[in-house]
Design a protein around this ligand. Structure first.
Ligand code: FPP
Length: 250
């Protein structure tokens, strides 16, 4: 029985996010340049997107470039941006064929024009995909997102669109980049570090967390299925006790 067959199709995480870490170390351990790790990382992206679609995941959010990544050497940044342009253009037909819709979150205006244009083209061409939404977090960080949400909410209160006493968690959700996405069920981080690195901090409040030592370029279909199977072993109590869940009490 394959790992995919072992997955309970009634309990598939609807939204998975991944911190794709370890490209540089993967390359270094082979005596290669860091950029080779990113190229191989793009191959893993392809495998994992395909695997997520097969498993029935509806949203897959990938941390492809953080706000903090702008501090990396210029050459590495331009390789990553070029890789994004190349991969997105190369994969568009495949995404359309498989019903996968591309979406981006983050400070997209900060990206180089050709990267932005390639992403916008692909977003437009794949917009009718209904199987999976692939979300690339680019020039994204949670603190950036939360500061923007706070500013927008403050402006709403100031101009009378919002009443400060009526602000709820749902209001905050509405001002986040993830506003139209389902709750984040599972957050995966590859590469051995046990931290969240400014990624989906609000959204991960009740997510299951899965950390693996495997470097991102070695993460493939089977590794994703292992993470989903691990998720399916968890009892998600959302602050309640087991007995309440068994009885189906609200
Ligand atoms: C982290 O590894 C990875 C990144 C900052 C970039 C992720 C980009 C890709 C996987 C490639 C392209 C993606 C798409 C969507 C086409 P690291 O460089 O921090 O690794 P290290 O911790 O070993 O140095």
């Amino acid at each position: 029985m394959s790992l995919l067959d072992k997955i309970d199709k009634e309990n598939v995480p609807q939204h998975i996010a991944i911190i794709m870490d370890g490209n540089g170390r993967w390359a270094k351990s082979r005596g290669l340049d860091r950029t080779e790790g990113h190229r191989e990382g793009a191959v893993s992206v392809r495998k994992v997107v395909e695997a997520a679609t097969k498993a029935g995941v509806k949203f897959l959010t990938l941390y492809a470039f953080s706000t903090e990544n702008w501090c990396r050497p210029e050459e590495e940044i331009s390789t990553l941006m070029e890789l994004m342009v190349y991969t997105v253009a190369k994969e568009t037909d495949n995404l359309i064929k498989n019903g996968i819709r591309l979406h981006c979150i983050g400070d997209i205006q900060r990206l180089p024009e050709n990267t932005r244009n390639a992403l916008c083209r692909c977003i437009e061409q794949t917009s009718s995909g209904e199987n999976l939404t692939l979300v690339l977090a680019l020039s994204y960080s949670s603190r950036w997102e939360l500061v923007n949400a706070a500013k927008a909410i403050a402006a709403g209160v100031k101009n009378g669109v919002l009443d400060e006493n009526s602000i709820t968690e749902e209001t905050v959700n509405e001002y986040l980049t993830t506003k139209d996405m389902p709750e984040l069920d599972l957050l995966i981080r590859t590469g051995g570090e046990i931290r969240i690195s400014n990624f989906l901090l609000w959204q991960a409040a009740y997510s299951e967390l899965y950390f693996t030592d495997i470097f991102w370029p070695d993460f493939d279909e089977e590794r994703l299925y292992e993470a989903i199977l691990d998720f399916q072993k968890k009892e998600r109590r959302f602050g309640k006790i087991s007995e309440q869940l068994e009885k189906g009490n609200p």
